[in-house]
Design a protein around this ligand. Structure first.
Ligand code: ATP
Length: 207
């Protein structure tokens, strides 16, 4: 008797996740935009975190329980200024707030990955190594530049003082530790053309 072979559709393999990171003003968002131009999806963790605090009712409740009703204004929108004032210089509260927000972002990211059809997707986050998110990634890609260059770029972008930018930088993981942990590194010390070229070469290598 003739054997009948049924063609069962194989599910698409899970996309490989590349963690894209860098300290303040390193140029990671600029690189993320180049990556999108190349046709790869990018998840912007910080942007998503800013949206999630307004979208997720469970999260809203937990934040109000931790920091008070004033964490949301009369329109029900997250009051960033109030929250920053509350957690500023209170590491314990900041840690508790992060323990509420970070898992929500992680779940949101997992949902996002499931919807992607590309074989490579990117997760842009300043905290890739700090939160050990690199362990859930296929590879990590660090964007780095000399401190003075990063400070100058952020001063121009955000109208901040040298000291304001420097103090954020001082609270981030030292660059040398990130360089040690990263699989791929882009040195963003020159111009945008050079940055784009490096990004393209690395994506080509990862592919
Ligand atoms: P943050 O974590 O502070 O959001 P980031 O790592 O995402 O920073 P970007 O916003 O990509 O950094 O870059 C910081 C600023 O520097 C932006 O205004 C960007 O346009 C500019 N910039 C980045 N790379 C270069 C470059 N090679 N030449 C000139 N300007 C650059």
């Amino acid at each position: 008797m003739e054997e009948i072979h049924s063609e069962t559709a194989k599910p698409d393999p899970e996309p490989k996740i590349i963690g894209l990171t860098g300290g303040i003003g390193s140029g990671k968002t600029t690189v993320a935009h180049f990556i999108e131009e190349l046709g790869f999806p990018v998840y912007y963790s910080d942007d998503r975190a800013k949206s999630i605090v307004n979208e997720d009712d469970g999260l809203k409740l937990k934040i109000k329980q931790l920091l008070g009703e004033d964490s949301y204004d009369e329109d029900g929108m997250y009051d960033r200024k109030y929250v920053t004032g509350k957690v500023f210089k209170n590491n314990d509260l900041l840690e508790q707030l992060n323990e509420i927000i970070h898992p929500a972002v992680r779940i949101d990211f997992e949902d996002w990955v499931k919807k992607q059809s590309k074989y490579l997707v990117f997760k842009e986050t300043a905290l890739l190594f700090e939160l050990q998110l690199n362990l859930q990634c296929y590879k990590s890609l660090l964007v780095t530049a000399e401190d003075n260059i990063r400070i100058k770029r952020v001063m121009d972008r955000d109208q901040k003082t040298y000291r304001e930018v420097e103090s954020v930088m001082e609270r981030q993981m030292p660059e040398k530790d990130k360089i040690r942990l990263a699989d791929y590194i882009i040195y963003n010390n020159t111009n945008l053309e050079d940055l784009k070229e490096q990004a393209e070469q690395i994506i080509f290598k990862i592919e």
